[in-house]
Design a protein around this ligand. Structure first.
Ligand code: NDP
Length: 339
């Protein structure tokens, strides 16, 4: 193809306070495309990932990843096609997964790119069910929460990329009962009818603690937390003796401007001797081969289902990100760039 000379890319231009403001905080800018140097590849991005953790990187607070730099393109997962290569082992036409998302074209150090095979699985799945969110679900449930057959599992954010996989893996591995919460009646129907959850509820329809207690009258053994706040408090109230809580995310707080009060019942950790542990997917890449083998087999056989919500066009990437925070996605939220 003719080499592109310019690429549109999203810059963070102000640090959001509370909900990000698309006009004030972001700018779509045009930049010159850098030709690949030795060891680099030029990639035409085809699918960009937008993820909740990006909200953390928009703030200056110290965390496990560096904040996005103001006035520079944001970073994020992407898959694309190599259109020029000066790196051994990468040829024009190869497809790669890399971290220079939020832009149309990326000049990538080949060392930080991974080749992916569009024949083995659709390209988008390397950002979702077979990618980082999938591994988060797999490692969080099986390793951090020490899931075992016969457990009753509760997962919040259950219709999202991570949550929908947590619930299905638990079922496939012999959970006694799987309960999910999500933010719309339609999502709740999907959890039960499509993903095979035993029970599900819409957290907007009433207090989480009451709805969970009704859905799990004998309590829960594992809580996979994607939401925090009143969900975590409800899970602590329902958790059984020696239960396990894997804290994966607290999305209900990502745009909060004041510290949030719940959980107010943490003292129950003593009597119930439950264990609560934070989870970072980056700690669990040693499980990647096992995860890909097991989950891709379930996807191929149709035992594990996944959905994707796709927004088209680089110009709509910020809207896609905000839509994710508002719950407009079912399954993985993606931005697809027309070729
Ligand atoms: P999702 O696909 O689950 O999308 C986010 C979802 O969060 C929305 O669809 C929305 O669904 C829900 N949500 C938004 N606001 C609230 C709220 N106030 N209360 C309850 N639910 C809300 O995203 P991911 O699957 O990518 O991520 C899920 C969680 O996992 C996030 O907390 C994320 O930060 C975390 N994560 C952590 C990782 C780690 O290494 N620790 C790695 C990857 C993800 P709804 O309509 O149901 O409200």
């Amino acid at each position: 193809m003719t080499q592109p000379t310019t690429s549109r890319e999203w810059h963070l231009i102000a640090r959001p306070e509370g909900w990000p403001d698309p006009e004030r905080d972001f700018a779509l800018r045009e930049a010159e495309v850098a030709q690949p140097g030795e060891g680099q590849i030029l990639v035409q991005n085809l699918h960009l990932s937008v993820d909740p953790y990006m909200r953390g990187r928009m703030s200056a607070a110290k965390s496990y990843v560096e904040p996005f730099e103001l006035g520079k393109p944001m970073l994020g997962g992407a898959v694309g096609r190599v259109i020029a290569s000066k790196a051994e082992g990468f040829a024009e036409g190869d497809h790669v997964l890399h971290h220079l998302g939020w832009r149309e074209y990326a000049t990538v150090n080949a060392k930080s790119a991974v080749k992916v095979d569009p024949q083995a699985a659709p390209l988008t799945t390397y950002l979702g069910v077979l990618g980082m969110p999938g591994l988060t679900a797999y490692a969080g449930l099986l390793r951090v929460a020490e899931f075992k057959e016969g457990d009753t599992v509760f997962v919040s954010g259950a219709a999202g990329a991570v949550g929908s996989q947590v619930g299905q893996i638990a079922k496939l591995k012999g959970a006694a009962r799987v309960i999910g919460s999500a933010g719309s009646d339609e999502k709740v129907r999907t959890l039960v009818e499509e993903y095979g959850f035993d029970a599900a509820f819409n957290y907007k329809n009433g207090p989480v603690a009451e709805q969970l207690q009704k859905a799990a009258p004998d309590g829960i053994d594992v809580y996979f937390d994607n939401v925090g706040g009143d969900h975590l408090e409800a899970a602590i109230a329902s958790i059984n003796l020696h239960g396990r809580i894997a804290v994966c995310g607290m999305i209900s707080q990502y745009n909060a401007t004041q510290p949030t009060p719940a959980p107010r019942n943490l003292a129950q950790i003593i009597a119930k001797r439950f264990r609560m542990e934070g989870l970072l997917v980056g700690d669990h890449y040693d499980l990647q081969p096992k995860f890909v083998e097991e989950v891709s087999a379930w996807v191929r056989s149709g035992e594990l289902k996944y959905r994707e919500t796709t927004v088209t066009g680089i110009e709509n990437a910020v809207d896609a990100f905000l839509g994710l925070l508002r719950g407009e996605n079912t399954g993985k939220m993606l931005v697809t760039l027309p070729e």
